[in-house]
Design a protein around this ligand. Structure first.
Ligand SMILES: Cc1cc2nc3c(=O)[nH]c(=O)nc-3n(C[C@H](O)[C@H](O)[C@H](O)COP(=O)(O)OP(=O)(O)OC[C@H]3O[C@@H](n4cnc5c(N)ncnc54)[C@H](O)[C@@H]3O)c2cc1C
Length: 453
């Protein structure tokens, strides 16, 4: 066996291990499955429930595939106008020059489960009181159950002087791996920086982000690329965070901080990027202080010149959800009971994936925990049974630190949640790098999208 194939096999094996660790015997959805089928299998087999899923991305398709197995006679429809499925974790590998665009673009049609209807239109409106939605041509479609799986929208324009096109075209030295073109541009800018040096800065939003480590991955890989090119002394690399923490989970925040310090990567907290003016980034910086027991803050403005800027965009939910009265705030994220994934207002509306209104849990790995639970909760709802509390905020994202090394970042709302504790939760390892490179994609494309893992 060739070395490359052996490595792929090892990575795939490790990802299966991860799949077992996180969807193993303690998963409440699996327990529910047993209970559900033992009780009244016929009623579920015959259920003709009409289930609409808004969004055919990772969450929507994985759930549709699982539902089709669990409820073979149900009428399941996926609504989405986008014909392409993007393997988004691969954008990171494009940014660091390992993947090209053909590794992440897939024809959605090939992944729509058999027996599931795909309506090639976006949802324009939700009418929760009428159990109906309206698609783009104005047609009204009734549902018994609605699952919202429409992901996040980006607001690059929330920063003055920045637009979505600027991170993708050649008019600037600014990029973002959050879009495909932005990821391709990142690789070019990173490569130029490794040759020429200068000042590279990286910006993390203070608001909820999917794969919240994505920008920091570009930061550490840029530093590594510069070092490998023999030009470390020619370049300065720094991180600016809009919020007051380096990372949501304190254990991983500490290990990231230690890595950055060791590699002379400056990180600056409480720096909100408010404006870009040519090659200058303007941050609103705030320092909290206490006076008479009350917290106050001093604000000042800091200008930083850059030769390369990489950033994560502000991410919001959907105005459709807000207009339907289903969101928890102005940003249009779906308000759900976070452990049950059901709308706090309507018992026949559920949420899956990035659109849910909790800050952590915006990764594909979170969806792997959500979709079996959601299938079981829809079944329970059909039977009039109490819904399971099964989601714990599980989030996973391999934090690539240098070429050949990654930390398998895994946590939930309680703390760290390592599937491979024997390797050390915060240790950089070659195995975690292999899992990112070779393990995750087959698990997503051949496992999750078929409702299998
Ligand atoms: C750069 C990057 C790196 C990442 N790295 C990792 C990683 O290492 N590990 C990991 O687990 N996760 C990672 N992720 C996160 C992961 O890809 C997402 O969490 C996951 O794709 C979210 O799935 P979703 O179904 O919620 O949304 P999406 O997959 O984004 O799908 C949403 C779908 O809804 C559709 N839609 C939108 N509006 C409407 C509407 N009105 N009507 C109908 N359809 C609509 C869209 O067209 C889209 O097809 C990464 C993401 C990015 C961007």
């Amino acid at each position: 066996m060739k070395r490359r194939n052996a490595i792929k096999l090892l990575g795939a094996g490790a990802s299966l291990l991860l799949a077992n660790g996180t969807l193993g015997n303690e998963n409440p959805a699996n327990l529910a499955n047993e209970n559900a089928t033992n009780k009244t299998p016929e009623s579920i087999e015959n259920s003709k429930a009409n289930i609409a899923i808004m969004g055919a991305g990772l969450g929507g398709i994985s759930l549709a595939a699982k539902l089709k197995r669990d409820l073979p006679n149900a009428s399941i429809s996926l609504f989405d106008a986008d014909e392409t499925f993007y393997y988004q974790p691969g954008f990171t590998l494009i940014g660091i020059g390992i993947y090209d665009k053909n590794d992440v673009i897939f024809e959605k049609a090939k992944y729509i489960p058999e027996g599931v209807k795909w309506v090639h239109s976006n949802v324009a409106k939700i009418l929760p009181e009428e159990n109906a939605l309206v698609i783009e041509n104005g047609e009204k479609v009734a549902y018994d159950y609605l699952v919202i799986a429409s992901g996040v929208e980006y607001e690059f324009g929330s920063i003055e002087g920045l637009s979505a096109s600027m991170v993708e075209d050649s008019s600037s030295n600014i990029s973002s791996i959050y879009t495909l073109k932005g990821a391709l541009k990142t690789n070019e800018l990173m490569s130029d920086f490794a040759k020429n040096g200068g000042k590279a800065i990286f910006y993390d939003q203070k608001t909820a982000m999917k794969c919240s480590g994505a920008n920091k991955k570009m930061l550490s890989m840029t530093e590594d690329r510069l070092r490998r090119a023999g030009n470390r002394q020619k370049g300065e690399v720094a991180l600016y965070c809009g919020g007051g923490k380096l990372f949501g989970n304190p254990v991983y925040a500490a290990s990231m901080g230690a890595i950055f310090t060791k590699r002379d990567i400056a990180f600056n907290l409480r720096h909100e990027l408010i404006k870009i003016d040519g090659n200058t980034a303007i941050f609103k910086h705030w320092t909290p202080y206490k006076k008479n027991g009350e917290t106050h803050k001093i604000e000042d403005f800091i200008e930083v010149k850059f030769d390369f800027l990489h950033l994560s965009p502000k991410q919001i939910g959907s105005k459709i959800i807000k207009e339907a009265g289903l969101s928890s705030g102005e940003q249009g994220f779906l308000a759900v009971e976070k452990e049950r994934l059901v709308s706090i207002k309507f018992k026949n509306i559920f949420g899956i994936g990035d659109i849910c209104d909790f800050p952590a849990g915006k990764t594909g790995a979170s969806i792997r925990k959500m979709y079996p639970l959601l299938s079981q909760n829809i079944i329970r709802s059909i039977r009039g049974e109490e819904l399971l509390k099964g989601f714990d905020g599980y989030t996973a994202c391999p934090f690539v630190t240098k070429y050949g090394k990654a930390i398998m970042v895994e946590f939930n709302w309680e703390g760290t949640a390592s599937s491979l504790p024997c390797f050390g939760e915060v240790r950089e390892s070659y195995l975690s790098w292999l899992i990112k490179l070779y393990g995750f994609k087959p698990m997503v494309m051949n496992g999750m999208l078929k409702g299998l893992v």
